[in-house]
Design a protein around this ligand. Structure first.
Ligand code: ARG
Length: 481
């Protein structure tokens, strides 16, 4: 790359600058001149990976303890390192720490700050450790924390859903297929469908978390370490369930990032679908729900508007989770073993996915909590779309007509009703009997939407008694979390 290339987005001054402070103090030994400031800027990741500071420090403290046990450092040196790292943590958290782009990343910024506080002891901390096993370990620890946050956020939204569903166990609404009115369901049953979607996301995240609980530390750059580090103890301290069994794989594996991103993109799809329904239902055409003001915004020109922007942005933002997954897959697909610097690019993708997910779950909770159902409109819509046509077919089946035959007969009744511009429940019994002599007065209980929902009592069905059971079951599951 030419240093004075005109196409770069670096400030011209920086492009032209000669490197004055020669080499990076942490890896500059073999370099005559330092990397150009352009290269330093281009390779730096500090803006993105500084989020790892807390797990990086936690990992370094545990690693220093392991070095002491292995007699690589003395107890005194360990104390110096620990004290220094604790101070650095406090400085970062109070905003006093000065992050330097010239020190590339979070690991070297912290190590270099430690050198100033703990002198020679600090210089021993990297014995038998490489940034390659360090960053893989850090990222797993960070994702573990963030996934826990997501799990809590999912559970909290599920509780909000259950509260609404309990209020509407028996509220009738049209259920949809192809976005056409299909059969009566209860609003509570529909809301509990959202709960089920999130329940699968929860279990996928737990799986991802368990699968990533393999500690890479001790793999060093790629070949493993010659020092007697007690990896099992280290893993225990850092919350890992097991140890990586191949150092080459351990430093280059990013399956856990892809798997988390994949899980979050499925969650994103769910959040988007839920929000699509909220947008639809809150429109004046549907008017099934009213949203609280706190999650809506107005229009700068149309004074009457109350727009569901939060729901729309959750729906729109979810596309980032899919894009991030694609980004990660394409980042990884051609990489030879073991570590390659390309891997540094993984963080931006996964951090964006996890932040979108956690933020959106919190906002979705607000949306659902503040949602007021308009049960009158839902009920009124059950007078549209021949919503109990399937129940009429079921009626004929109960009178021993084979289902396919019943389906055809009801199809003819529906065509007749539509030609008259009425619903099938508005037809006289005498009219219905023209299509089948088996129809008599008792048919009315099949044509009533409320009776229709009450009849669907199998496990997973929309009958209020069944929805009550499922809500109780869900509550029990959530209570254990
Ligand atoms: N910032 C790097 C990353 O995120 C750390 C590892 C650097 N390793 C190296 N050999 N240059 O991947």
């Amino acid at each position: 790359m030419e240093e004075n290339s005109k196409n770069l987005s670096f400030p011209q001054k920086q492009v032209m600058a000669k490197n004055k402070d020669k080499t990076n103090p942490l890896w500059g030994g073999r370099f005559g001149e330092g990397a150009s400031s352009l290269t330093r800027s281009y390779t730096a990741s500090i803006d993105i990976d500084k989020k790892l500071y807390e797990v990086d420090i936690k990992g370094s403290i545990a690693y220093a303890e392991a070095l002491k046990e292995a007699k690589v450092i003395s107890p005194k040196e360990l104390q110096k390192i620990k004290k220094g790292l604790v101070k650095i943590l406090a400085e970062i958290e109070s905003g006093k720490f000065e992050w330097k782009e010239s020190l590339e990343d979070v690991h070297m910024n912290i190590e270099s700050a430690l050198a100033k506080k703990a002198g020679n002891a600090a210089k021993k901390l990297h014995t038998g450790r490489s940034r390659n096993d360090q960053v893989a370990t850090d990222l797993k620890m960070y994702l573990n924390v963030k996934i826990d946050e997501a799990l809590q956020n999912i559970t909290s939204v599920q509780k909000d859903i259950i509260k609404q569903a309990e209020k509407h166990i028996s509220s009738v609404m049209p259920g949809f297929t192809h976005l056409q009115i299909a059969q009566p369901v209860t609003f509570g049953h529909h809301l509990m469908a959202w709960h089920e979607m999130l329940e699968r996301d929860y279990s996928r995240l737990v799986d991802a978390k368990n699968r990533m609980s393999v500690m890479p530390l001790g793999s060093a750059a790629l070949a493993g370490s010659r020092y007697k580090i007690n990896r099992s103890l280290l893993a225990k301290k850092l919350g890992f369930q097991s140890l990586s069994r191949n150092s080459i794989d351990a430093v280059s594996d990013r399956d856990f990032v892809i798997e988390t991103a994949s899980t979050l993109s499925i969650l994103g799809v769910h959040l988007s679908r839920i929000c699509e329904e909220i947008v639809l239902w809150s429109s004046s055409q549907f008017e099934y729900v009213y949203l609280s003001d706190e999650v809506c915004t107005g229009s700068s020109i149309m004074p009457q508007k109350k727009n569901p922007d939060v729901a729309e942005l959750i729906r729109g933002g979810s596309s980032k989770t899919i894009a991030n997954l694609m980004g990660l897959l394409s980042l990884m697909k051609n990489l030879p073993l073991s570590y390659n610097r390309d891997l540094q690019e993984d963080k931006d993708f996964i951090f964006r996915s996890i932040d979108y997910s956690n933020d959106s779950l919190v906002l979705l909770g607000l949306l659902i909590k503040g949602m007021k159902a308009n049960t009158k409109k839902m009920e009124a819509d059950c007078k549209l779309g021949q919503v109990t046509a399937t129940d009429l077919a079921d009626y004929l089946v109960d009178k021993s007509v084979p289902f396919r035959k019943a389906h055809e007969t009801v199809g003819k009744i529906v065509a007749h009703a539509e030609s008259k511009g009425v619903q099938i429940f508005e037809l006289e019994i005498s009219e219905l009997r023209k299509f089948s002599k088996l129809i008599s007065e008792d048919v009315s209980s099949y044509l009533d939407p409320v009776k229709s929902i009450n009849s669907r009592k199998l496990v997973g069905g929309t009958a209020p008694s069944q929805v009550r059971k499922e809500i109780n079951f869900a509550k029990k599951v959530l209570a254990k979390r």
